[in-house]
Design a protein around this ligand. Structure first.
Ligand SMILES: [Fe+2]
Ligand SMILES: [Fe+2]
Length: 328
């Protein structure tokens, strides 16, 4: 397993002999499944990797509210609108948990936001696709939140305490998100033929980007081997992607929808579904800013930040006043 990880990771891992005493003790704690807490010693790279991963996760939660916000005023019923609002609020809460978890590593919220707005920090590329019809909202819940759960369940066991603990509640809420999405799609699929066509069209557009959510294939994944050794990643990108496909095929069958992949078929020998090649060029294009909504999403975030400045200033001024009052 270890040798295989070294081979598949792009960066070479340090051998035992190359590690310092502190690094060896740190790795031993992780190997013994002990948690690392904010005040514990940790290698600089571990800290940097976690800051990158957790802040990117936080940004994804917050930017992920935008494509769904597009449909709040057009939800087809009061019930669907209430569900959608609750989900979007959950995502905002996930962002706040995660920013807080990242702050325990010594970065400030302002630094993270600045990195997002300058384009230095990434968020999940899936949110650079537009939500064209109401069926997109159900599809996002089913596939995008479904893929997020697949990624996040193992993170409840990751080595960094604050991140692992934040994941517990987040995963519970994500499972509600996925179920509401599936339920909404089921209603469309049992509705008129036009509604069912709308559901199929949404699935056709969201399927491949959902598979890309697990990141590049293992042999091209820059950070994988070290992250797995540090247990900030428990399963590889390809393993999680395969699980997601295996879980989703029967769900699509119940909906009566067709996954847009002519190569998709059950492989008896592997005990898994085989699926077609992913267009990694599209993945990297969207990642680098060339997706349909990259500019719009960042614009929405930066203007929310600018327009909310007076609220932050007022809250800070109020807090300072209270401190002064208590002191006098
Ligand atoms: Fe979330
Ligand atoms: Fe969610």
């Amino acid at each position: 397993m270890y040798a295989q990880m070294v081979k598949t990771g792009v960066k070479a891992l340090k051998s035992e002999a190359e590690m310092s005493d502190a690094e060896r003790a740190f790795q031993a704690r992780i190997d013994a499944d002990l948690r690392i807490e904010p005040r514990d010693w940790m290698p600089d790279d571990y800290r940097r990797t976690l800051i990158r991963q957790i802040s990117q996760h936080a940004h994804s939660e917050v930017v992920g509210m935008l494509p769904e916000g597009n449909w709040v005023t057009r939800a087809p019923s009061l019930k669907r609108k209430a569900i959608l609002l609750a989900k979007i609020q959950d995502e905002g809460g996930h962002g706040l948990y995660l920013y807080s978890a990242a702050e325990t590593l010594g970065i400030t919220r302002d630094q993270m936001i600045e990195a997002l707005h300058s384009g230095k920090a990434k968020y999940s590329s899936i949110f650079n696709y537009p939500t064209l019809t109401w069926a997109d909202i159900g599809t996002i819940g089913w596939l995008v939140d479904g893929a997020a759960i697949m990624n996040q369940i193992p993170l409840q066991r990751c080595s960094y305490g604050p991140y692992a603990r934040a994941m517990v509640r987040i995963c519970k809420e994500e499972s509600f998100h996925m179920r509401q999405g599936y339920d909404s799609l089921l209603a469309l699929c049992r509705g008129t033929s036009e509604q069912k066509r709308m559901a199929q069209d949404a699935l056709d557009r969201w399927w491949w980007p959902s598979l890309m959510m697990f990141g590049p294939p293992d042999d091209a994944s820059v950070h994988s081997a070290q992250s797995m050794r540090w247990k900030i990643k428990i399963f590889s990108n390809d393993e999680l992607r395969q699980r997601f496909v295996d879980q989703t095929v029967p769900q699509a069958e119940i909906l009566g929808l067709t996954l847009p992949d002519p190569d998709l078929r059950w492989n008896e020998a592997r005990g898994h579904y085989d699926f077609g090649a992913i267009d990694w060029e599209e993945f990297y294009r969207v990642l680098k800013g060339g997706g349909p909504c990259n500019r719009e999403r960042l614009q929405a975030r930066t203007s929310a930040w600018e327009e909310g400045r007076w609220v932050r200033d007022a809250a800070l001024a109020c807090a300072e006043k209270q401190v002064r009052r208590q002191a006098s």
